[in-house]
Design a protein around this ligand. Sequence first.
Ligand SMILES: *Cc1c(COP(=O)(O)O)cnc(C)c1O
Length: 385
Amino acid sequence: MSNYQPLSVEFKSGAGAWLTDVDGNRYLDAFSGIAVCGLGHAHPAVQEAIADQASKLIHTSNIYRIPLQEKLAEKLIEHSGMDKVFFGNSGAEANEAAIKLARLHGNNKGINNPTIIVMEKSFHGRTMATLTATGNDKVKKGFAPLVEGFKHIPYNNLDALNEVAETTDDIVAVMVEPIIGEGGILIPDEGYLKAIRAFCDEHDCLMILDEIQTGLCRTGEWFAFQHEGIKPDVMTLAKALGNGVPIGACLASGVAADLFQPGSHGSTFGGNPLAARAALAVINVLEQNKLELRAIELGKRLLDGFKQSLSGIKGIKEIRGKGLMLAIELEKDCADLVGLALEEKLLINVTAGNVIRLLPPLVMSDDEADEVVSKLSGVLKKYLS
Ligand SMILES: *Cc1c(COP(=O)(O)O)cnc(C)c1O
């Protein structure tokens, strides 16, 4: 179908932060397939785990116990402090599970018209419920009627949150990205998540964190909520979890962890042996190399590098980032920069119209990071001159 408009480059292989096209050209990847290949391409440990598992057992269904899935759940619980995990195959599915948990929580409290508070500029997926939750009209256009029960408020605005609470007693959850990704790498004020945590405690509603883009060491902690010393009731993961093998997860703690009972939710593929084995390999590499610390170091190097090489350049609004979620915001729309960078053999992304978004692999070397800075700065200087 015509829902994508792919660039014409065709990649045939990859290694680390590099991709090779069918003509043998090499490209430096500062986007990681939308924050998916956090360990770079063809990571030996992940590739060996997948190959070995494929030769033994790929799928059995959740009709039977899946020891690899249980092991993976234990690992995620160990690092997050959450209590239980449901596995699906994508971010949208993980968020669907989270939304269903919020509805069940409300139902148990006798709330008939549950409201989930969500944010403007957010992105939560493309299924009917998750596109409704998403705070971007383009994603919803033509798909009405949408799902009921979502209320959008401005991001990073606690007054707006408290105002909603004054008009309704039907709030069952607040669903939020710790850093807005697709919406333009928007980093909220310190204390924002902590305040949402307090709000959710006060109103007995679930705090749902969409960590699909921020999770798994990218921002400098295993999960972005750990920067604020809080714990959500529900957290969703996907993107980097399988380093390219599709897998999503919805984690829950406390009362939220026991809302699903046999029959309330399910997935045919979710958490199958192949996907679970790939994700276990990913987690092992993250642990062994302490990549959350590397994300801080590398992110700082990139941020400092850009601030230095682009200082005084007209047309740049802001350079910002946390760990390896980086943005260079321009004063004008700049979608054509993706193609211009591609000509220089550099893979970047432009989102929200005027925001260059960089999501480099956590395994990138210092030299490669410096090359990203010099290449992109060169492209930008020419573009803005
Ligand atoms: C990518 C993303 C999703 C959707 O994930 P899919 O796997 O494409 O369904 C949801 N939320 C956030 C924050 C994302 O970055």
